[in-house]
Design a protein around this ligand. Structure first.
Ligand code: HPA
Length: 269
């Protein structure tokens, strides 16, 4: 708690006590969200107790901006389990956001489709997830900021799912609801793993988002999460997934996801 307060005090000193109600986590190649927005950038490397982004396509800055005059904090780059970070380090920004006053969390990621009906560039809204990380950020001493055994029944809340569908309609964007399965990475999956995940009910697979969602749900934030389908998962098509194509699809199709989230923030009172 002392560490979190130190981080919050540092951020407040740089932002003149900005009070964001909205937070957005940008996944691989989704940096276009910030195009045309003014604000204050703080590199992770100068924020006390923050980890560093090590992945290409993840900038490593907190960006404090206004969307429709509403204070919003944007994570340009997140921390992944495959980078060797602990669960505590990965979810640390979510704890800080809670203390800054964040109520709504928008999570984005790049994901590979296990569902053959999906197309590259599709936006999948997370209806639910399957945690295949083999760990959970809530393991450890209970800090009593939320329930010891939190319900996951409405983790991606219906209110925001309905809002997303309405906003997609306003913007003439197609979105699909699906199940995201989180793996640790950094290897892409084997063909047998993807077959198994499909059988388990996954529509897309990726290496992030679930730790942050579990922590934000514990802290009673409202969460909406979206996957940009950047490739077919191994064996779903003849094409073999690679990081460059993940980044390129993000850059090509990321704008419609950015517009959708901005529209949602616009519509929340
Ligand atoms: N597998 C896991 N993570 C991913 C993929 C994938 O195919 N594409 C983007 N992130």
């Amino acid at each position: 708690m002392e560490k979190i307060q130190e981080t919050v005090d540092f951020i407040n000193s740089k932002t003149n006590n900005f009070k964001p109600r909205f937070a957005v986590i940008l996944g691989s190649g989704l940096g276009c969200f910030c195009d045309g927005l003014d604000g204050i950038n703080i590199p992770y490397e100068i924020i006390p107790n923050f980890a560093q982004s090590t992945v290409e396509g993840h900038k490593g800055e907190l960006f404090f901006t206004k969307i429709d005059n509403k204070d919003t904090v944007v994570m340009k780059g997140r921390f992944h389990y495959y980078e060797g970070y602990s669960m505590d380090e990965i979810i640390y920004p979510i704890r800080v956001f809670k203390e800054l006053g964040v109520e709504y969390l928008f999570i984005t990621n790049a994901a590979g489709a296990t569902n053959k009906n999906y197309k590259i560039g599709d936006i999948m809204m997370l209806d639910d997830h399957i945690n295949f990380l083999g760990t959970n950020p809530l393991i450890g001493k209970h800090d009593k900021k939320g329930d010891r055994f939190p319900s996951m029944d409405d983790i991606y809340c219906d209110e925001l799912k309905n809002l997303a569908l309405n906003c997609a309609c306003d913007l003439n964007i197609d979105i699909i609801k699906g199940v995201y399965l989180a793996v640790s990475g950094p290897c892409y999956e084997t063909k047998a793993e993807i077959k198994a995940y499909r059988t388990l009910g996954a529509d897309a697979v990726g290496m992030s988002s679930v730790p942050e969602a579990i922590m934000a749900n514990y802290l009673k934030m409202k969460i909406a999460a979206f996957s940009l389908i950047t490739n077919y998962a191994t064996g779903v098509s003849k094409h073999i997934p690679n990081h460059q194509e993940v980044l390129e699809t993000g850059q090509k199709s990321g704008k419609k996801l950015a517009d959708l989230i901005k529209r949602m923030i616009h519509k929340i009172d």
